[in-house]
Design a protein around this ligand. Structure first.
Ligand code: MN
Length: 491
């Protein structure tokens, strides 16, 4: 995240004379600097220019496209900036765009206000002209409004910046498939070429045999180093050291291949472990703990989303992880959902220090694998699911409240997270099922629905949000209208 910056470009024109333009430029530089120093933005906001002509705007948008460090452009009109001069430049812009509607002064000064003041401080006027051209050109953009020194506006800008980082990361993402999708399952399938075109992901297969070969070449010293890392991070709650060492060997090998290929996410499938003694459990969990994306049963879409959302969450409190809805507790009025996976739950959400345990795994026909066992930490969050609707991708996001598990579940040999989905479990389940959301999700208590909405907007994919005000009736209409709209869009 630290390698990115955002450009602040302020619109004006020559009508007001050089003095006004100098004031605008000085104030814009001051605003960018103070907002950057405010401690809320994850990346610097860098004042670039006060633009007055088509040529200036075109040049700066081209420069933004070409600069890898620039993750997005924030525009604002301190004065009036006729929008015809923006058409060419905005049409060329390939980076996320945020229109920040703000004003240098908080208050209207009673004595000082005259027509000179009005000509200098007319953002209410300028931002409307600027807004029109965004609407007229149907450009994806974030619009935020508020006083620039206030935390709510800076938080909106920070959320959008995180989405823009996710956009940049998505376009460089490589997902490695150690195996194919689980046989017969539908929702984990998808059009990988469509994902490459729309999201920028390269999703490639590497034979499990290549992974086994790489595992065979891992040295004892490499396994020792990984074991030392496990000992530092987790509580060793097994005497079966050899089983844990096998996970270490798997992890070292998987990381080598990911590093060599420049990949940030991977999948495996318990049906496709030819030549391996254990399904990677602890190995996958420890990789996720370091920000690597993962999906079970060959689910490369959830793996890619996990990696992206982990990047968007960088520096925030809370966890971001691959999750699976398993089972409900249906006590009337207190309904909750229990999520887990057969092994691979990321410890970023752990409420306690995870324990390394070895248990038999009924699925997959391999030796009992080592895995991390822990309880999820309570807090507000979301679950997100990316599905392929055939011709388009749909991102479904549901608000949830992660709670301390209502039971101890002493015989459940995996990490577990319990939550209440919005608006309530039963309505939420109906909405989720109508929308086609998967059993696999990315659960996050760091990334918000607002960030995901921005991200989906930047990627140009369908976004469906299930929150406290969602009704089944309303959602069904939304899905029906979305279908028509997206069909028209694809023509
Ligand atoms: Mn699964």
């Amino acid at each position: 995240m630290k390698k990115y910056e955002f450009w602040f470009v302020v619109g004006s024109q020559f009508l007001y004379g050089p003095e006004v333009l100098e004031t605008v430029a000085a104030r814009a530089a001051e605003m960018a600097e103070k907002m950057t120093q405010g401690g809320i933005l994850p990346c610097p906001l860098v004042y670039k220019a006060t633009v007055k002509t088509d040529a200036e705007i075109t040049a700066i948008m081209k420069a933004a496209n070409a600069d890898d460090a620039c993750a997005g452009v924030v525009t604002w009109c301190h004065t009036f900036s006729p929008s015809k001069m923006w058409i060419h430049g905005l049409g060329l812009l390939q980076k996320p765009w945020c229109h920040m509607a703000t004003q240098y002064n908080r208050h209207i000064p009673n004595e000082e206000i005259d027509m000179d003041f009005m000509n200098l401080n007319q953002a209410a006027h300028g931002d409307r002209e600027h807004g029109f051209i965004g609407a007229r050109m149907r450009l994806p953009r974030k619009v935020i409004a508020g006083y620039w020194q206030d935390a709510p506006l800076q938080r909106d800008l920070a959320d959008w910046m995180r989405a823009a980082i996710g956009y940049a990361f998505s376009h460089a993402l490589k997902v490695i498939r150690f195996g194919d999708n689980m046989r017969e399952v539908a929702v984990t399938e998808g059009d990988k070429v469509e994902a490459h075109i729309k999201l920028g992901w390269q999703v490639d297969y590497w034979p499990v045999g290549h992974l086994v070969e790489t595992m065979d070449a891992v040295t004892d010293a490499e396994v020792d180093a990984k074991m030392a890392e496990y000992a530092e991070r987790y509580t060793m709650a097994t005497d079966d050291v050899e089983t844990v060492r096998y996970q270490a060997r798997e992890e070292v090998a998987m990381r080598k291949i990911l590093a060599r290929e420049g990949a940030q996410a991977f999948i495996n499938n318990f049906q496709d472990l030819y030549g391996m003694r254990q399904l990677p459990g602890l190995a996958s969990q420890n990789m996720m703990a370091d920000g690597i994306g993962y999906g079970g049963e060959g689910d490369w879409k959830v793996s890619g989303m996990t990696a992206i959302m982990k990047t968007m969450a960088e520096g925030l409190d809370g966890g971001t992880l691959f999750m699976e809805d398993y089972t409900y507790d249906l006590e009337p009025g207190k309904e909750v959902s229990l999520g887990a996976h057969m092994l691979e739950v990321c410890p970023s959400i752990a409420a306690n220090k995870p324990r390394i345990e070895v248990h038999a795994l009924g699925i997959g026909d391999r030796e009992p694998p080592a895995r991390l066992v822990f309880e999820g930490k309570a807090g507000p969050g979301i679950v997100a699911s990316l599905i392929d609707m055939g011709g388009r991708l749909r991102l479904i996001v549901q608000d949830i409240e992660v709670i301390k598990p209502i039971l101890e579940m002493p015989n459940l040999p995996v990490a577990r997270v319990m939550w209440k989905p919005a608006p309530d479990l039963l309505t939420g389940v109906k909405c989720w099922i109508h929308a086609g959301g998967a059993h696999h999700t990315v659960l996050s208590t760091a990334v918000t629905a607002a960030m995901m909405e921005d991200w989906a907007g930047m990627m140009g994919i369908e976004y469906v949000h299930i929150g406290k005000d969602t009704t089944v009736e309303g959602l069904k209409k939304e899905l029906f209208y979305n279908d028509i709209a997206w069909k028209l869009k694809n023509l």
